[in-house]
Every structure is written in structure tokens, then in C-alpha cells.
Design a protein around this ligand. Sequence first.
Ligand code: FAD
Length: 385
Amino acid sequence: MDDASVIIIGAGIGGLTAGIALTQAGYSVEIYDRVSELRPVGAGISLWSNGVKVLNALGLTRQMADIGGSMERMQYLSATGTLLNDIDLQPLVAQVGQCPYPVARADLQQMLLDAFPGQVHLNAKCIGVDQTEDKAIAAFADGRQATADILIGADGIRSTVREYVLEEAIAPRYAGYVNVNGLVPASSELADARTWVIYVGDHKRASMMPVGGDRFYFFFDLPLPEAAPPHPDGVRAELETAFAGWCQPVQNLIAAIAPDTANRLPIRDVGPLERFARGRVVLLGDAAHTTTPDLGQGGCQATEDAIVLARCLKAHLSVTDALKQYEADRVPRTGKLVLKARQRTDDIHGKDPAVTQKWYEQLASEPPEAVTGAIAKVILGGPLH
Ligand code: FAD
């Protein structure tokens, strides 16, 4: 279908990528977000090759390379610093035809904003959705309304649009751990500048990956009960206690975190859902499928959604047929990844301590090609080859 108008609720990775893809496909797109200033949740993200391919297809090859870090190896180490596995990522790149890019989220969001030619309305909290036979309608907290031929809910894990599409509210499910993340200046006292390092032990992880601008994106995973309050003395004190006795680079990393710069997020997921579309209203990104970060695929899947949705709209004469086709394409892939990520979360974070112990042993004995092969399989399941 041609010349349709589109409202997107949410200006995250999913909403902005969809905005760019649909504008390029010839639609007239406006994006609405509830915030007064766009600030991404979390500091960094690894955009695996399937996500990068989508952005390349949207003409952002150079911009991605400019903001992306150079990640040539991946190393697993024990809490005491013993090297468990050293994985060359070149075979992966050769197999899938595109390198992954670790990036600072703020850089990615700015790049997507710069590439989206339409209007992004801020201070626009969507509080309700409706539709007539030929229009979709969004209602905003300040009394405004917007109408268009298609409404996309890219409004994240606690999506308002999802409640309309599913005709029920779905509570995100706590995944059993808290993630602390941020950015620090790159330094050889922390890690090699071209290697993603992951320290594992006690069901926890401490990790650094190189992003553009000579920085490391770091994260720590701490298995905690859902209601566990933050440490009264702040995130750094929490990490010093949780990672006491871990090797020197981990201590150096904790010491390098500038006060009040780390994000602390209880990790939750949503799905698998069977329905992404209702008439002229459709879900995309975390609103449709929130995966735990343990596969690094949530943002990549949001970009895949965007390009598939644009293709489906181009290929069908009716909006509802196009959205049904999108749903049929995306439900199986994203549902599988929600479950795969959940399983990996459980394996890594000690849901069954014997399984996590086995995972540590497997890490030390697994051939590097088995690791890159598993990552390639996920990437090659995407829509672009
Ligand atoms: P969001 O980024 O959540 O954006 C939703 C937008 O909607 C927000 O701007 C919000 O303000 C707006 N909004 C919400 N409600 C309303 C409303 N009612 N009205 C108007 N606007 C609204 N993915 C990867 O691919 N690789 C990784 O390495 C990776 N690491 C991760 C690490 C962590 C710790 C976490 C938590 C996630 C990670 N992910 C990763 C997943 C990735 O961050 C998400 O999948 C991705 O950000 C989803 O994008 P989105 O646009 O769908 O949703």
C-alpha cells in the first residue's frame, strides 16, 4: 500500500528505525514520545551483524562504522582472571558477512534521530489507542489526539499500545538479576582495546566491550531477589561488596566508574506473544517481545521488525493484511529468541547452580568455532542476507 500515514509511539531504537524505514518506503511518519528529552536507558549495546545489516540497508553504513567500536575477540575469564576461552570473531564475520558493532546508546540514538527526516513530538505520553474502519487514533495525556492510517506501538517493555492490541495487560517477568552498566574511558589497566572481556563466577558477570570514542561499555550482572533494595551507599559500594576478591581488572573497573554515572536495572522480559497486530495497530520492538540481554538481541530484533514491517506494507494493498503478514513473519522468530535468552539467563545466573557450574566447565572446553557458530545461527535467522 502506498501513501499511508503512520504514527509511531516511542522514539527508541525500534521506533526510530521504523520511522526511517517507513519514510524511505514512501510513508508519512510522525513519532511521539512521552519524555521531554530523549535519553536512552542504559549506556551501551552490542549491535550484532543482523542489526547492523538493517541499518546498512537504510543507508547508515558509514554512520554505524563511525560510532561503532572495533571488537575483534571475545574472551571469557574466571573471577580470578584465568582465561577460559579466547574467541576470534573473524570466522563469525566471514560467515555472516558483517562485523558487529558495540556502540554507546546515546550515539546510536543520535544517529537514528539525525537520519529520521520526520517530526518527533516530545512530552507526548500516549494514554490510549482506538481505531475506526479507516483510521487509527492515539490519545495523549495532555488531551491531544493524533490520527493516521497505521499506528505502531514501539513503546517499550511497559507498552500502553500492547494492552490495546492484546486486550489485556501483561506484567513483565523478573529475570532474577540486576544489571549495572555504564561507560568508562578505555585503558589497558581494564582490558585490551579490541576485545570484549567477560568475567564469570558466583553466578555473576563483569564485562567490558570497546565502543567508539575510546570508551568501554561495561556491565555487571548480580543475581538478586526481585525486591532487593539498592545499596544505601550507591552502586559503586554495591559492586565493591558483590565483586570483592575478583581479579585486579574488575577492581580497576569499579574504581574507574565516575560517581552517579552507572545505571542499575532489574532485568525483565515479556513474551512470547502470539499477537502483534490488531486491525491498524501493531507492536514493534520491546513492546512486542522484550528479551533479556543475555543474547544481545533485543535491539537487533527491533531493527529487524522495522524492515520487515516496511516490506510487508509495500507488498500488500490493505493495511490489515500487511500487519497480519508482519505478525506471521515476526512472531515465530522473536518468540524463539525470547525463550532462548531466558534459558541463557537461567544458565548463566544460577537458577540451578549445577547447570551454571556445568556452563563454566563448558566455557573452558568449548571450541571457539562452536561459540561463533551459535552466534552466527541467530544472526542468519534474520531477514537480510
Ligand atoms: P525502548 O528503547 O524501550 O523505547 C521505547 C520508547 O517509548 C522510549 O523512548 C519511551 O520513552 C517511549 N514510551 C514508552 N511509553 C510511552 C507512552 N505511553 N507514550 C509515548 N512514549 C512512550 N539489545 C541488543 O540488541 N544488544 C545488546 O547488547 C543489548 N543489551 C541490553 C542490555 C540491557 C541492560 C538491557 C536492559 C537491554 C539490552 N538490549 C540489547 C535490549 C535493547 O535495549 C532493547 O531491545 C531495545 O532498546 C528496545 O528498543 P525499543 O525501541 O523497542 O524500546
